[in-house]
Design a protein around this ligand. Structure first.
Ligand code: HEM
Length: 440
């Protein structure tokens, strides 16, 4: 199998660390749809063809498990949905899934819009603001309330602060080294302390809820009530792991999808006007959540297009459980299969003028002809993101609520720089100016 040449000692690790996005895009371009790499002491294979990606995630999913990098989240999230495997994962998924059905998720629309409106009141000063910071705070408030209800606001803050330490930990390029967790580095000590803090808070919440038996209508309430076919529920440990997983998986990704959507809208006034017109037409003067959740088609396309260009989960991986073959190339058991949304979503074979922001490309025709594995912001197959309806609903409602009230424009013409760690984050702040639409 072809692949870029690396050093005998560290393989391609340094090339990768210098610029992960550029490096992987270059590898796919030069070496084709199946490219061999050696990263952090692991044999890896970058897959660029939708059919191969679809096979790994869906058609032949039972031949793969989560990759080693994902497994490194275990010290934090334990064995929640993101990291568990096999029968254990299947049972947990069945227990958690009902809480994320369309119908259940739509009950949180009011929380989503309410927090957005509160945020927007502070925007009245018309000053430039860091939209990534705003969206992070917003998505955090939404996930905290939907997961733990409002009565734990103070505690949710403690968890979020601890999680901040933890995300910083995973952001470091060091995080790709397997031994890091075992070395007495200051960052590792801070990490362990933060995990203990998260545990204290969460076990506290869980114990109180079990004692009071009160159902606050939040996701934790759904998880506490969930039972398998034998009538057995989750242990405290499982609840803790799922709660941390949902907390972690649920806010940073959504905040990023929103950040990039707003940045793209600020740079494309036509799209922004079209979105605002749709919202006015569908909603008139009503808030976005009276009655049924509104059908906002164009707004949905904007979200999809933003996640195509800037996928919050920019790469996912699996480990091959047995020898396998892709496009005539033999791949050995134990190889880490890397599937990079960042690369595939910008491949001109599947998307015309892939670098352009064109929400209307999602008008239906593209989806009919697009191969399944060419667009996978939420993954695919049995392990597809459990929160995808939640995330789409939140993204659409937040965008609609922001854009009907404010017109956004870039605060400077500095280009966006990206830091790909677990998620695809913008470097530094992303400053936008918000003008009240009425005044404009
Ligand atoms: C899984 C992306 C929002 C919870 C995943 C996966 C992706 C993803 C790509 C699959 C990982 C893999 O196959 O290796 C995203 C993006 C989001 C988002 C881009 C926002 C735009 C959310 C939200 C929640 C959530 C809001 C929960 C509140 C989860 C969980 C899993 C998961 C629990 C693991 C599912 C399993 O393996 O059974 N997400 N996610 N995500 N996501 Fe999301």
């Amino acid at each position: 199998t072809p692949g870029p040449r690396g050093s005998p000692l560290v393989g391609n690790t340094l090339q990768y660390m210098r610029d992960p996005l550029g490096f992987l895009a270059g590898v796919a371009h030069e070496h084709g749809d199946v490219a061999r790499l050696r990263l952090a002491g692991l044999d890896c294979c970058l897959l660029g063809h939708p059919d191969d990606i679809e096979a790994v995630l869906r058609r032949r999913h039972q031949d793969y498990k989560k990759d080693r990098l994902t497994q490194r989240l275990v010290p934090l999230v334990g064995y929640g949905l993101l990291t568990s495997e096999g029968d254990f994962w299947r049972r947990q998924r069945k227990l958690v899934q009902p809480a994320f059905s369309h119908r259940q998720v739509e009950r949180y629309a009011g929380v989503m819009v309410g927090h957005t409106e509160r945020m927007l009141t502070a925007w009245e000063d018309g000053r430039g603001r860091d939209i990534h910071a705003e969206m992070s705070t917003l998505a955090l408030a939404i996930v905290a309330e939907t997961l733990f209800a409002a009565d734990v606001e103070g505690e949710a803050k403690a968890v979020s602060e601890a999680l901040d330490v933890l995300t910083t930990y995973f952001m470091s390029p060091l995080s790709i080294f397997p031994l890091r967790g075992y070395l007495p580095l200051p960052s590792t000590v801070r990490f362990r302390r933060a995990v203990r803090r998260v545990d204290e808070v969460l076990y506290g919440i869980i114990e109180r809820r079990r004692r009071s038996g009160h159902d606050s209508g939040d996701l934790l309430g759904r998880l506490l009530a969930a039972q398998d076919d034998e009538g057995v529920g989750m242990t405290d440990r499982q609840l803790r792991d799922e709660a941390v997983t949902l907390f972690l998986a649920g806010h940073e990704t959504t905040a990023l999808a929103l950040t990039y959507a707003l940045v793209l809208l600020a740079g494309h006034p036509d799209a922004q006007e079209r979105l605002a017109a749709e919202v006015d037409e569908v909603l008139g003067d009503r808030p976005a959540t009276t009655g049924d959740v509104p059908e906002l088609r164009y707004t949905g396309w904007v979200v999809r297009e933003a996640m195509r260009l800037y996928p919050p989960a920019w790469m996912i991986g699996r480990e091959a459980l047995a020898d396998c073959e892709f496009g005539g190339h033999h791949v050995a058991a134990g190889t880490q299969l890397l599937m990079a949304q960042w690369v595939v979503h910008r491949d001109p074979r599947w998307f015309d003028e892939p670098e352009d922001f064109r929400p209307e490309r999602w008008d239906g025709e593209l989806e009919r002809r697009l191969s399944r594995g060419a667009y996978f912001p939420f993954g695919d197959g049995p392990r597809i993101c459990i929160g995808q309806h939640f995330a789409m609903l939140e993204a659409v409602l937040v965008l609609a609520t922001v854009v009907r009230r404010y017109r956004l424009s870039p605060a400077s013409d500095e280009p966006l720089t990206l830091i790909p760690s677990v998620t695809l984050r913008p470097r530094g702040g992303v400053r936008l100016v918000a003008h009240e639409r009425r005044a404009a």
